[in-house]
Design a protein around this ligand. Structure first.
Ligand code: AKG
Ligand code: FE2
Length: 228
Protein backbone atom coordinates (compact mmCIF):
# COMPACT_ATOMS: atom_id res chain seq x y z
CA UNK A 1 0.00 0.00 0.00
CA UNK A 2 1.27 3.45 -0.85
CA UNK A 3 0.93 5.21 2.45
CA UNK A 4 1.79 8.61 1.07
CA UNK A 5 -1.70 8.80 -0.42
CA UNK A 6 -3.24 8.68 3.02
CA UNK A 7 -1.88 12.09 3.92
CA UNK A 8 -2.89 14.84 1.52
CA UNK A 9 -0.27 17.39 0.62
CA UNK A 10 -0.39 20.63 2.57
CA UNK A 11 -2.48 18.98 5.25
CA UNK A 12 -2.20 19.76 8.94
CA UNK A 13 0.03 16.74 9.34
CA UNK A 14 2.88 19.01 8.40
CA UNK A 15 2.87 20.53 11.86
CA UNK A 16 6.37 21.98 11.59
CA UNK A 17 5.43 25.32 10.08
CA UNK A 18 2.21 25.44 8.09
CA UNK A 19 2.46 28.68 6.13
CA UNK A 20 -1.30 29.14 6.45
CA UNK A 21 -0.79 30.22 10.07
CA UNK A 22 1.30 33.23 9.09
CA UNK A 23 -1.68 35.36 8.02
CA UNK A 24 -3.37 34.74 11.36
CA UNK A 25 -0.17 35.27 13.34
CA UNK A 26 0.44 38.52 11.50
CA UNK A 27 -3.07 39.76 12.32
CA UNK A 28 -2.37 38.98 15.98
CA UNK A 29 0.98 40.76 15.86
CA UNK A 30 -0.57 43.85 14.24
CA UNK A 31 -3.36 44.03 16.81
CA UNK A 32 -0.91 43.74 19.68
CA UNK A 33 1.38 46.33 18.14
CA UNK A 34 -1.42 48.85 17.49
CA UNK A 35 -3.72 48.37 20.47
CA UNK A 36 -2.21 45.83 22.88
CA UNK A 37 -5.15 43.53 22.39
CA UNK A 38 -6.79 41.61 19.58
CA UNK A 39 -10.11 39.80 19.18
CA UNK A 40 -10.60 37.41 16.26
CA UNK A 41 -13.95 35.61 16.01
CA UNK A 42 -13.79 31.98 14.86
CA UNK A 43 -10.07 32.31 14.12
CA UNK A 44 -8.58 29.26 15.80
CA UNK A 45 -7.91 26.69 13.05
CA UNK A 46 -10.63 24.03 13.14
CA UNK A 47 -8.31 20.99 13.59
CA UNK A 48 -6.82 22.59 16.70
CA UNK A 49 -10.20 23.49 18.13
CA UNK A 50 -11.38 19.93 17.43
CA UNK A 51 -8.36 18.46 19.24
CA UNK A 52 -9.02 20.75 22.20
CA UNK A 53 -12.64 19.61 22.33
CA UNK A 54 -11.56 16.00 22.28
CA UNK A 55 -9.04 16.61 25.06
CA UNK A 56 -11.71 18.44 27.05
CA UNK A 57 -14.20 15.60 26.60
CA UNK A 58 -11.67 13.20 28.13
CA UNK A 59 -11.35 15.29 31.27
CA UNK A 60 -13.72 13.87 33.83
CA UNK A 61 -15.63 16.59 35.59
CA UNK A 62 -14.01 15.55 38.87
CA UNK A 63 -10.62 16.62 37.50
CA UNK A 64 -11.86 20.21 37.37
CA UNK A 65 -11.17 22.03 40.60
CA UNK A 66 -11.76 25.48 41.99
CA UNK A 67 -9.21 27.95 40.72
CA UNK A 68 -7.12 29.55 43.40
CA UNK A 69 -6.30 33.23 43.50
CA UNK A 70 -2.70 34.23 44.13
CA UNK A 71 0.35 32.09 44.57
CA UNK A 72 1.79 29.66 47.09
CA UNK A 73 0.72 30.08 50.67
CA UNK A 74 -1.42 33.10 49.82
CA UNK A 75 -3.68 31.06 47.63
CA UNK A 76 -7.22 31.25 48.80
CA UNK A 77 -10.32 29.83 47.27
CA UNK A 78 -12.12 33.07 46.65
CA UNK A 79 -15.74 32.50 45.80
CA UNK A 80 -16.40 36.23 45.51
CA UNK A 81 -13.88 36.74 42.75
CA UNK A 82 -14.26 33.69 40.58
CA UNK A 83 -16.57 30.72 40.44
CA UNK A 84 -15.16 28.77 37.51
CA UNK A 85 -13.43 25.43 37.78
CA UNK A 86 -10.24 24.66 35.94
CA UNK A 87 -7.95 21.84 34.91
CA UNK A 88 -4.37 22.57 33.82
CA UNK A 89 -3.42 21.17 30.43
CA UNK A 90 -0.66 18.62 30.17
CA UNK A 91 1.67 19.23 27.19
CA UNK A 92 2.43 15.49 27.18
CA UNK A 93 -1.22 14.55 26.56
CA UNK A 94 -1.67 13.28 22.98
CA UNK A 95 -4.69 15.49 22.35
CA UNK A 96 -2.76 18.54 23.56
CA UNK A 97 -0.19 18.24 20.78
CA UNK A 98 -1.92 20.35 18.16
CA UNK A 99 -2.63 23.12 20.66
CA UNK A 100 0.87 23.38 22.14
CA UNK A 101 2.38 23.11 18.68
CA UNK A 102 0.29 26.03 17.55
CA UNK A 103 0.98 28.17 20.64
CA UNK A 104 4.68 27.40 20.22
CA UNK A 105 4.64 28.61 16.64
CA UNK A 106 2.71 31.71 17.69
CA UNK A 107 5.26 32.36 20.45
CA UNK A 108 8.14 32.14 18.00
CA UNK A 109 6.35 34.35 15.47
CA UNK A 110 5.60 37.05 18.07
CA UNK A 111 9.16 36.92 19.38
CA UNK A 112 10.52 37.45 15.87
CA UNK A 113 8.01 40.12 14.99
CA UNK A 114 7.66 42.08 18.25
CA UNK A 115 10.77 41.06 20.23
CA UNK A 116 8.69 40.02 23.21
CA UNK A 117 11.18 37.49 24.57
CA UNK A 118 8.40 35.00 25.37
CA UNK A 119 9.88 31.95 27.02
CA UNK A 120 7.13 29.57 28.08
CA UNK A 121 3.41 28.94 27.82
CA UNK A 122 0.92 27.39 30.23
CA UNK A 123 -2.83 26.94 29.84
CA UNK A 124 -5.91 25.49 31.48
CA UNK A 125 -9.45 24.56 30.57
CA UNK A 126 -12.08 26.48 32.48
CA UNK A 127 -15.67 25.48 33.05
CA UNK A 128 -18.19 28.12 34.11
CA UNK A 129 -21.52 26.64 35.12
CA UNK A 130 -24.66 28.74 34.58
CA UNK A 131 -24.34 31.77 36.88
CA UNK A 132 -20.57 31.45 37.34
CA UNK A 133 -18.44 34.57 36.85
CA UNK A 134 -14.94 35.96 37.17
CA UNK A 135 -14.95 39.52 38.52
CA UNK A 136 -12.86 42.30 37.03
CA UNK A 137 -9.17 41.48 37.39
CA UNK A 138 -5.71 41.74 35.86
CA UNK A 139 -3.89 38.54 34.92
CA UNK A 140 -0.54 39.97 36.05
CA UNK A 141 0.73 42.75 38.28
CA UNK A 142 3.70 44.75 37.19
CA UNK A 143 6.89 43.44 38.75
CA UNK A 144 5.14 40.55 40.50
CA UNK A 145 4.65 38.16 37.65
CA UNK A 146 6.30 37.25 34.40
CA UNK A 147 3.07 36.74 32.52
CA UNK A 148 3.25 38.93 29.46
CA UNK A 149 0.48 37.84 27.12
CA UNK A 150 -2.93 36.35 27.90
CA UNK A 151 -4.60 34.12 25.33
CA UNK A 152 -8.19 32.91 25.56
CA UNK A 153 -10.24 30.76 23.22
CA UNK A 154 -13.70 29.24 23.51
CA UNK A 155 -15.14 25.80 22.89
CA UNK A 156 -18.87 26.57 22.85
CA UNK A 157 -20.75 25.73 19.71
CA UNK A 158 -23.95 27.59 18.89
CA UNK A 159 -23.59 30.33 21.49
CA UNK A 160 -26.44 32.85 21.20
CA UNK A 161 -26.14 36.58 21.99
CA UNK A 162 -28.81 36.39 24.72
CA UNK A 163 -26.98 33.66 26.65
CA UNK A 164 -24.55 36.04 28.41
CA UNK A 165 -21.09 34.84 29.39
CA UNK A 166 -19.28 37.69 27.64
CA UNK A 167 -15.70 38.63 28.37
CA UNK A 168 -15.66 42.38 29.09
CA UNK A 169 -12.36 44.15 28.42
CA UNK A 170 -11.54 47.53 29.98
CA UNK A 171 -9.09 50.24 28.91
CA UNK A 172 -5.74 50.32 30.72
CA UNK A 173 -5.81 54.10 31.31
CA UNK A 174 -9.33 55.27 32.21
CA UNK A 175 -10.93 51.87 32.82
CA UNK A 176 -13.67 52.48 30.25
CA UNK A 177 -15.25 49.41 28.71
CA UNK A 178 -13.56 48.70 25.39
CA UNK A 179 -15.48 45.71 24.16
CA UNK A 180 -17.55 42.62 25.01
CA UNK A 181 -16.62 39.29 23.50
CA UNK A 182 -19.11 36.47 23.06
CA UNK A 183 -17.53 33.10 23.93
CA UNK A 184 -18.21 31.59 20.52
CA UNK A 185 -16.37 28.56 19.20
CA UNK A 186 -12.78 29.26 18.15
CA UNK A 187 -12.82 32.98 18.94
CA UNK A 188 -9.34 34.15 19.92
CA UNK A 189 -8.65 36.89 22.46
CA UNK A 190 -5.07 37.96 23.07
CA UNK A 191 -3.96 40.90 25.22
CA UNK A 192 -1.10 42.26 27.32
CA UNK A 193 -1.57 40.65 30.73
CA UNK A 194 -0.48 43.65 32.82
CA UNK A 195 -2.49 46.21 30.89
CA UNK A 196 -6.09 45.15 30.45
CA UNK A 197 -8.55 44.60 33.30
CA UNK A 198 -11.27 42.18 32.24
CA UNK A 199 -14.15 40.15 33.64
CA UNK A 200 -16.34 37.21 32.72
CA UNK A 201 -20.08 37.77 33.01
CA UNK A 202 -22.43 35.05 34.17
CA UNK A 203 -24.00 32.93 31.45
CA UNK A 204 -27.24 30.99 31.14
CA UNK A 205 -25.47 27.85 29.98
CA UNK A 206 -22.24 25.98 30.58
CA UNK A 207 -19.29 27.91 29.23
CA UNK A 208 -15.99 26.24 28.30
CA UNK A 209 -12.80 28.11 27.57
CA UNK A 210 -9.07 27.68 27.38
CA UNK A 211 -7.01 30.41 29.04
CA UNK A 212 -3.26 30.55 28.64
CA UNK A 213 -0.29 32.78 29.39
CA UNK A 214 2.98 33.40 27.62
CA UNK A 215 5.72 34.20 30.08
CA UNK A 216 9.19 35.65 30.00
CA UNK A 217 11.95 33.83 31.81
CA UNK A 218 12.06 34.92 35.41
CA UNK A 219 14.72 32.45 36.48
CA UNK A 220 16.92 33.38 39.40
CA UNK A 221 20.08 31.58 40.53
CA UNK A 222 19.97 29.39 37.44
CA UNK A 223 16.68 27.85 38.59
CA UNK A 224 14.30 27.77 35.69
CA UNK A 225 11.25 29.74 36.70
CA UNK A 226 8.50 27.23 37.40
CA UNK A 227 5.25 27.90 35.56
CA UNK A 228 2.10 28.83 37.56
O1 AKG B 1 -12.79 32.93 29.90
C1 AKG B 1 -12.54 34.11 29.68
O2 AKG B 1 -13.17 34.77 28.84
C2 AKG B 1 -11.43 34.81 30.43
C3 AKG B 1 -10.89 34.05 31.61
C4 AKG B 1 -9.92 34.83 32.43
O3 AKG B 1 -9.95 36.03 32.47
C5 AKG B 1 -8.88 34.14 33.21
O4 AKG B 1 -8.93 32.90 33.33
O5 AKG B 1 -7.97 34.81 33.74
FE1 FE2 C 1 -8.10 36.79 33.27
Amino acid sequence: MERTHLIPENSDFNAAAPPEDDGLFERIACGLEDRGHVILPAALPEPIAAALLQYLSQQEQDRFHRARIGRGIEQTRNQFVRRDKIVWMDPAHPQADAWFNWTDRLQRYLNRRLFLGLFSFESHFAHYRPGDFYRKHLDAFRGESNRVLSLVTYLNRGWEPDQGGELVIYAPDDGAEITRVMPTFGTLVIFLSEEFPHEVLAAERDRYSVAGWFRVNGSINRQIDPPR
